[in-house]
Design a protein around this ligand. Structure first.
Ligand SMILES: Cc1cc2nc3c(=O)[nH]c(=O)nc-3n(C[C@H](O)[C@H](O)[C@H](O)COP(=O)(O)OP(=O)(O)OC[C@H]3O[C@@H](n4cnc5c(N)ncnc54)[C@H](O)[C@@H]3O)c2cc1C
Length: 324
């Protein structure tokens, strides 16, 4: 048996969450005293970048170098991953949770008759042939422990569930040929309209987000200045995008984008549960609010009670000086 990790690519690179999945998969492989195979679909990531997946715990990398797989085609991805798992003798498959992974992992589970645990927050534990997985449910408000009894097992992991420590170990890259038919490509990508010139919110390491406390769109300069100084993406609460103060693709929360940066700075946002649902897997949350009783402070690692219009320019200046 082996552990197969599906590696998701974006913009010609490897997604950060997939590096976490490889590290997680390597730990699972240690538990079973076996090896890991990282599976990359498509041709967009250069060979030298694929080798580096060894740094995160991949013993070998399989690439399906088929240009038709350069974009996430759900049926074709499911076929290729299921075939690779069977060819590699993998009985455990790891995915980093994403909208693509959710769609693909469930289809692979049907093909391999595998039990599926999604949104895992910790490494699993073994109990005989059973794998016990702790998963986040109810948009992060509770945890569930589930047991997978089937021979083939699939786990999708929540962002930031595991932080691998990179080593200096390059992996061997091998080609794997998947048998794919035209019917696997019944949906074709016609056009990608990218948001350009900004750090993309779902991928960002740092996010500076503003809420209704900013009073109006004309005041967003202080958010943009701080974000620019930190190389951060900008986000906002739902009312802010509903009021058209900021574009809808910046709306963070239960009904918007879910983010998991290393640092989330929330300015003038009250911390309603629907907003927290989108930020709860951030590593460090800093809240700036003039109301000391704002609910967001309960979820914060650090808090500044103060007026955003006074605090932010000082913070931006201090960061700019510290970074020079
Ligand atoms: C079904 C449903 C889904 C929802 N989904 C989402 C979602 O995905 N994302 C989301 O964000 N919301 C969502 N909401 C809305 C959510 O319930 C809150 O209403 C919303 O998050 C509040 O936005 P806010 O914090 O920007 O505004 P407010 O609640 O008005 O809070 C403004 C905050 O700014 C502070 N403030 C005011 N002036 C200053 C100042 N000068 N300096 C510093 N602080 C100041 C205030 O003390 C206050 O805490 C949803 C609601 C529902 C019912």
């Amino acid at each position: 048996m082996s552990v197969l990790i599906f590696v998701e690519t974006a913009n010609g690179g490897i997604r950060k969450t997939s590096l976490e999945a490889i590290g997680y998969g390597a730990e699972v492989a240690k538990i079973y005293n076996t090896t890991t195979t990282a599976l990359v679909l498509g041709t967009e990531v250069p060979q030298n970048e694929l080798e580096k997946l060894g740094n995160y715990g991949a013993n070998k990398v399989w690439q399906v170098a088929d240009e038709r797989l350069n974009h996430g085609v759900i049926q074709a991805y499911s076929q290729a991953i299921a075939q690779a798992a069977q060819a590699d003798g993998a009985t455990i498959l790891i995915f980093a949770k994403s909208s693509l992974a959710d769609a693909v992992a469930s289809r692979v589970a049907i093909k391999l008759k595998a039990g599926l645990a999604s949104n895992a927050t910790e490494l699993p534990t073994i109990d005989g042939n059973t794998l016990k997985v702790k998963r986040s449910v109810y948009t992060g408000k509770a945890f569930e422990i589930i047991a997978i009894h089937s021979e083939n097992k699939i786990i999708t992991i929540k962002k930031n569930a595991y932080s691998p420590t990179p080593t200096q170990t390059l992996a061997k890259v091998e080609q794997f040929t998947a048998t794919l038919s035209d019917s696997d490509f019944s949906v074709k990508l016609k056009e990608v309209q990218k948001v350009t010139g900004e750090v993309l919110l779902p991928e960002a390491d740092i996010v500076v987000a503003g809420g209704r406390g900013l009073k109006g769109p004309e005041n967003w300069g202080i958010i943009l200045d701080l974000a620019k100084t930190l190389g951060a993406a900008t986000g906002c609460s739902k009312p802010v995008s509903d009021l058209n103060w900021r574009p809808h693709h910046e709306h963070v929360g239960q009904t918007g984008i879910k983010v998991s940066p290393n640092l989330y700075i929330a300015v003038g946002i009250s911390g309603a549960i629907q907003h927290l649902a989108g930020v709860s897997s951030s590593k460090c949350i800093v809240v700036i609010n003039k109301d000391a009783d704002a609910p967001f402070f309960k979820a914060a690692d650090y808090g500044i009670v103060g007026d955003a219009f006074e605090v932010l320019p000082k913070l931006t200046k201090a960061f700019a000086q510290a970074m020079n």
